[in-house]
Design a protein around this ligand. Structure first.
Ligand code: CO
Length: 250
């Protein structure tokens, strides 16, 4: 029922500022930008391998996204899965008494979309989308590899995503973490204690084809980051509230 992580939604203060990092420094191609009045946002999609990054600027401080920005600041907001038939997916979830914010699909930036209630999904706001068929996405210098979720109960959180969406688990060598495959990407569920007590979405991992080129872009933009030989962690100060980990390898 789910083909891939369609996008990860990030709330930002201003799209123009966020483009400075996500489009100009990371080099993610901008796919589209539009006002979505019924979500109260101006939003943009940028290509990141098999997935996309959605940037959301609230149009009104009093709406849902505006209140999120005021309360939590910039950062990870929601997760969207690509399903080939959103009407069928919603009907299936309704049959299973899963709580939905949208009982029927509506038009969003990613195509026909609907949101589940965050209470249904281990306190993660999950969107489903059936995108229009535009063929292969443009090549991007980074591709999304993993989304990290913090959980008080790792096994229970992984079980929620497995039972709702049928994601297979990826074997890991013991330890308290659980990994679920979603298309070519994965959800990594870790104990909240490992991530400063945060529950829900905590970090994104990407693979970069050309890390030296990325480091040069970070130098030009004075991006705050911690560099290793084959990986880099970007300080959320520079990435609009998102913990980003970028490595050279899959
Ligand atoms: Co979205």
């Amino acid at each position: 029922m789910i083909r891939r992580i369609h996008h990860v939604g990030i709330v930002v203060r201003r799209l123009d500022e966020a483009y400075g990092f996500y489009r100009d420094t990371l080099g993610l191609p901008l796919l589209k930008e539009a006002e979505i009045p019924d979500q109260g946002v101006r939003a943009a999609l940028l290509a990141a391998g098999d997935s996309e990054i959605e940037l959301l600027e609230p149009l009104d401080p009093a709406n849902g996204v505006g209140r999120f920005l005021a309360r939590r600041g910039e950062g990870l907001h929601h997760l969207c899965f690509d399903t080939p038939d959103i009407a069928a997916a919603l009907a299936d979830l309704k049959n299973r008494k899963v709580e939905l914010l949208d009982a029927t699909p509506r038009q969003g930036l990613a195509g026909e979309i609907a949101f589940l209630h965050p209470g249904a999904c281990a306190r993660v706001l999950v969107e489903l989308a059936t995108p229009p068929d535009h063929g292969a996405p443009p090549a991007a210098p980074l591709r999304l590899k993993r989304l990290v979720l913090g959980a008080r109960d790792v096994a229970a959180t992984a079980e929620v995503f497995q039972s709702l969406f049928g994601f297979p688990s990826v074997p890991m060598n013991g330890g308290p973490r659980k990994m679920l495959a979603v298309g070519r990407e994965a959800l990594l569920v870790v104990p909240a204690d490992e991530v400063g007590g945060t529950e829900g979405m905590v970090a994104l991992s990407f693979v970069a084809d050309d890390l030296p080129a990325l480091f040069r872009a970070f130098d030009r933009a004075a991006t705050q980051c911690l560099r290793g030989k084959s990986e880099v962690t970007v300080d959320p100060v520079s990435s609009h509230g998102v913990h980003l980990h970028i490595s050279r390898y899959e």
